[in-house]
Design a protein around this ligand. Structure first.
Ligand code: ZN
Length: 207
């Protein structure tokens, strides 16, 4: 993929996320690796209005080399992609239901959501919860990198999801499934549920 196409893809996904209410205000950021360069949405930008020309470019060492100043959460993207050479795309949002789940007490921090549906097991698999750090606190970087070695989706405590995939379309599949299952989980609160059994879920999980 050339960089022009990559820029277009980021903007298409940004609009899709914003238009469907998966991010609000200036929250959420997207990155896509092209060769040894990483395109990432800039700091202070809204996914509803950011343009292809405004995207930041980081080099292989995460240094800002071109375009506007990168999101202050760009270090999360570089950390996750360092751990996942097989992936090229990272999407992070503050999507409503996933953010709500990130604020729940007494959850399994190794796997926050139950495998309520087959598509959740297939696309998300497991969802570890990373401890709270203030936005932009780069101590979260090493924690995200460590988790990303074995997990392509994670939830930041009191914040929102981070997902990685081979391309942006696949990352969106993961993010959407995560958000829908978070919504189901909240909707079913207080009711007896019958998630997939461990064997049923494991048969579908990619990781
Ligand atoms: Zn964030």
């Amino acid at each position: 993929m050339n960089e022009t196409t990559a820029r277009q893809q980021i903007i298409e996904v940004a609009r899709s996320i914003f238009d469907r209410g998966l991010s609000h205000g200036r929250t959420g950021n997207i990155s896509l690796r092209v060769g040894d360069r990483l395109l990432v949405t800039p700091t202070g930008s809204s996914l509803g209005t950011v343009t292809a020309e405004q995207l930041s470019v980081l080099d292989a060492d995460g240094r800002h080399v071109e375009g506007q100043k990168p999101s202050k959460e760009a270090f999360l993207h570089t950390a996750v992609l360092r751990a996942r050479p097989q992936d090229s795309a990272v999407v992070h949002t503050h999507s409503f239901h996933a953010a709500a789940v990130s604020c729940l007490a007494d959850v399994d921090e190794e796997d926050v959501l139950p495998p309520l549906t087959a598509y959740y097991a297939m696309r998300v698999g497991h969802l570890p919860l990373l401890p709270y750090h203030a936005p932009g606190d780069d101590r979260l970087g090493p924690l995200a990198e460590e988790r990303a070695r074995t997990r392509h989706a994670m939830l930041l405590r009191n914040h929102g999801p981070v997902v990685a995939a081979k391309d942006l379309a696949s990352a969106m599949d993961v993010l959407e499934e995560l958000e829908e299952t978070a919504r189901l989980h909240l909707l079913l609160h207080g009711r007896a549920t019958s998630p997939l059994t461990p064997a049923q879920a494991d048969a579908l999980r990619a990781s």
